[in-house]
Write a protein of this length. Structure first.
Ligand code: IPE
Ligand code: IPE
Ligand code: MG
Ligand code: MG
Ligand code: MG
Length: 313
């Protein structure tokens, strides 16, 4: 019996269980927190609860918690940034789906927020959770926070989150995405820039916020952000490739029908997969260039990053 081979075969299975366990743990904390916080009968909390409780994969939360753990923090101390990341991500999806943007009817296997509650309610529900995300990372929130973090950590988290999603980050990416939609021009350079901005920056923040939660210095935060940008680019390439899959819980073939500038529109599936693999490999190399404080947690992070390439939804 070749033990080396058999343990190699086993390790992806084992680590998958670890990620699943972390996912279940996070989901329980998240659902409990939002159910307690958003229970007023005021026409807004229902929308917010609907937006946040949908079955998302919680990729950004998991990346943040795994990063924090790899650099010596507990998973509890990463819950504040992980909650805030999922709030911001959920807001971005609600606005992304609006008729004035991608005009989508389906999200996470359910009607989009504006289909269910109306456009103004969806818009405002998104606005509310964007603001509430910053309440969370400032340490005072309607959402019961499981830990207390020192002021310099909260400030670092706010900085990382705000810079990732504003006028030089996610929102700029969304504007450029809309600009190129239906143009019939397939500009590779514009494409990478859009993907980095609209998706890469928030995933970059998941890593840098994990570093902040672990009290790592600015240099480590920056290196992790760079690794996260590459993970984010690979993630969006894969998202483009999943446009024709019914398993995502989104409308099938929507990017193609509306003429989105995506990886599927500029190259073959096989070529796009190679690009996603290259960015993932670069990210992992970047991660391995840092010294993990908790080596098994670091390897868990690396294996989760690798698994994102093979996701089906
Ligand atoms: C979809 O993100 C939109 C992108 C930025 C690619 P996810 O694939 O993480 O969506 P959920 O949260 O699992 O629904
Ligand atoms: C969404 O990109 C990016 C953000 C929400 C910032 P997409 O428009 O490709 O995401 P999906 O496919 O609707 O989830
Ligand atoms: Mg979009
Ligand atoms: Mg969309
Ligand atoms: Mg998409």
């Amino acid at each position: 019996l070749n033990l080396e081979v058999s343990s190699q075969n086993l390790s992806p299975l084992l680590s998958q269980c670890d990620h699943e366990r972390l996912g279940i743990w996070f989901e329980e904390k998240f659902q409990e927190a939002i159910s307690r916080a958003y229970d007023a009968q005021n026409g807004l909390d229902d929308v917010i609860h609907y937006i946040l409780s949908g079955p998302g994969k919680r990729v950004r939360a998991k990346l943040c918690i795994l990063t924090a753990k790899a650099f010596g923090a507990t998973r509890e101390s990463a819950l504040i940034p992980a909650f805030a990341l999922e709030f911001v991500h959920a807001y971005s999806l609600v606005h992304d789906d609006l008729p004035c943007m991608d005009n989508d009817d389906w999200r996470r296997g359910r009607p989009t927020a504006h289909k269910k509650f109306g456009e103004a309610q969806a818009l405002l529900g998104g606005d509310a959770i964007l603001a509430d995300a910053f309440a969370i990372v400032s340490g005072k929130s309607r959402v019961a926070l499981p830990t207390e973090l020192p002021a310099h950590t909260l400030l670092g988290l706010s900085r990382e989150l705000a810079t990732a999603i504003g006028s030089n980050g996610m929102v700029l990416g969304q504007i450029l995405d809309l600009y190129w939609t239906g143009k019939g021009q397939f500009d590779r350079k514009a494409l990478d820039n859009i993907h980095l901005l609209k998706t890469g920056h928030l995933i970059g923040a998941a890593f840098s916020m994990g570093a902040v939660a672990a009290d790592e210095n600015l240099l480590v935060q920056e290196k992790l952000r760079q690794a996260g940008l590459a993970v984010g680019l690979a993630f969006q390439i894969k998202d483009d490739l999943l446009d024709d899959s019914p398993e995502t819980g989104k409308s099938v073939g929507k990017d193609q029908a509306t003429g989105k500038l995506t990886y599927s529109s500029v190259m073959s599936t096989a070529e796009a997969l190679v690009m996603a693999e290259e960015h993932t490999a670069a990210a992992i190399e970047n991660l391995h260039s840092l010294s993990f404080k908790n080596i098994s947690a670091g390897e868990e992070l690396v294996s989760f990053v690798r698994q994102l390439l093979n996701r089906k939804r």
